[in-house]
Design a protein. Structure first.
Ligand code: COA
Ligand code: NAP
Length: 268
């Protein structure tokens, strides 16, 4: 499929968690479409590699290493992006952590860790970005998951965190509409070749079950997600806010239950 012709020349895009998988695909798509792009994640090596890839695509790029759970680190990254490229037009908040575990095997800290990365991290990124946004005009995009509405075994933490992200997306859309800021969520379905899918559908049988519950019968691609992110950032969706938008081949419609995955050994 050829990429649609979006033009984000002169725009600045900040992607939290933009150094691998779906978020990196989004960062690079904006870079190819002319934007200046900032990426932020914990690993300095991953940040350096992502910046190098963006620059190789011809995109002005900025990187900062830090943890979305730490507001000071998020603030420093946003400030650095703003000083380098000016007002931020698009923020994508996609940093996340996940692992399969029955609730009875989750320590309070295990549960809290995913809540903190996904939900508190998204709050930090969006809340702290406000000072650096183009107002009016900015588009903020959160990254949810089918677990936000589909109760899923071994995913108590991710289900709770992503449900919270959906609601946070709507509340900020409500509060920041008057500032000319739109806030929407993308709900990726199973996206091929990603860490997230590898962790959740971790056997051929689990993948077969996942596909049998995906009406379009295939996994999604990084471009499927990036195309929706660019759509939500573009003026053609200027009346869309507070929307939770599946990019999932229909997976969200078929509900939760079990992935049929085995819990991997902790040292795997
Ligand atoms: N089952 C049960 N508990 C687990 C677990 C598992 N598979 N993996 C981690 N935990 C627990 C830890 O034991 C710890 O709890 P404790 O202090 O009570 O022992 C808690 O979770 C935090 O683990 P830690 O390794 O310190 O967290 P971290 O902040 O270094 O890493 C993770 C966060 C665990 C989510 C890690 O997998 C990660 O960094 N993931 C990012 C990549 C990813 O998940 N991608 C997919 C996105 S959808
Ligand atoms: P991924 O490759 O593991 O990407 C996660 C990104 O977040 C990495 O860049 C990681 O980099 C960063 N990150 C993790 N913890 C962080 C933290 N505490 N602070 C800052 N950055 C952090 O995962 P993915 O599978 O592409 O998933 C991306 C997003 O899509 C997630 O929000 C996920 O929930 C969602 N999603 C994925 C799927 C799927 O099929 N893959 C389906 C539905 C939803 P560092 O390691 O350097 O920190």
């Amino acid at each position: 499929m050829s990429a649609p012709s979006f033009d984000f020349t002169g725009k600045t895009v900040f992607v939290a968690g933009g150094t691998s998988g779906i978020n990196q695909g989004i960062a690079e798509a904006f870079g190819r479409a002319g934007a200046s792009v900032a990426v932020f994640s914990r690993s300095q090596d991953k940040v350096d590699a992502a910046v190098a890839r963006l620059e190789a695509l011809g995109a002005p790029a900025f990187g900062a290493a830090g943890d979305v759970r730490q507001p000071e680190a998020v603030e420093a990254a946003l400030k650095g992006c703003h000083e380098t490229f000016g007002e931020i037009d698009v923020v994508v908040s996609g940093a996340a952590g996940n692992f399969l575990a029955p609730a009875l095997d989750m320590s309070p800290n295990a549960f809290k860790t995913v809540i903190d990365i996904d939900l508190l991290g998204t709050f930090n990124v969006l809340r702290l970005s406000h000072a650096y946004l183009r107002k009016p005009g900015a588009s903020l995009i959160t990254i949810s998951a089918p677990q936000s509405t589909a109760p899923t075994a071994m995913q108590a933490h991710a289900c709770a965190a992503k449900a919270g992200i959906d609601m946070l997306t709507k509340v900020l859309a409500l509060e920041w509409g008057e500032h000319g800021i739109r806030v929407n969520a993308i709900v990726p379905g199973p996206i091929g070749g990603t860490e997230g899918l590898d962790r959740l559908a971790n056997s051929p049988e689990a993948m077969e079950l996942m596909l049998s519950r995906t009406p379009l019968g295939r996994v999604g691609t990084l471009d499927d997600c990036a195309n929706m992110a660019m759509m939500l950032a573009a003026d053609l969706t200027s009346y869309v806010t507070g929307a939770i938008i599946p990019v999932d081949g229909g997976r969200t419609m078929t509900g939760g239950g079990s992935y049929g995955s085995k819990v991997p050994p902790r040292n795997a």
